[in-house]
Design a protein around this ligand. Structure first.
Ligand code: FES
Length: 80
């Protein structure tokens, strides 16, 4: 597996807590999008940690094409 799977073509809004660490799924195979559920095992992908900066909604990337790390940058709009 060299490219991540497109889990969905829209961001995944999540209410995060300041100081809490989340593990974003980079492979796209997790059933618990946008977070890792261990499905990446053997794929060469690894979860990416993200620590909440403040309490509030964060739009995580779910298409796995973002150039803004774990966060949505609108790249999903270019996917057919
Ligand atoms: S399930 Fe995708 S990185 Fe863990």
């Amino acid at each position: 597996m060299t490219k991540p799977k497109i889990a969905q073509k829209s961001p995944a809004p999540v209410q995060v807590v300041a100081g809490k660490t989340y593990y974003w799924c980079s492979c796209g195979e997790s059933k618990s999008q946008p977070f890792c559920d261990g499905s990446h095992k053997g794929s060469g992908f690894s979860p990416v940690p993200y620590t909440g900066e403040k309490d509030g909604i964060v739009y995580f990337c779910a298409c796995k094409q973002s150039s803004n790390g774990v966060l949505c940058d609108g790249s999903h709009k270019a996917l057919s």
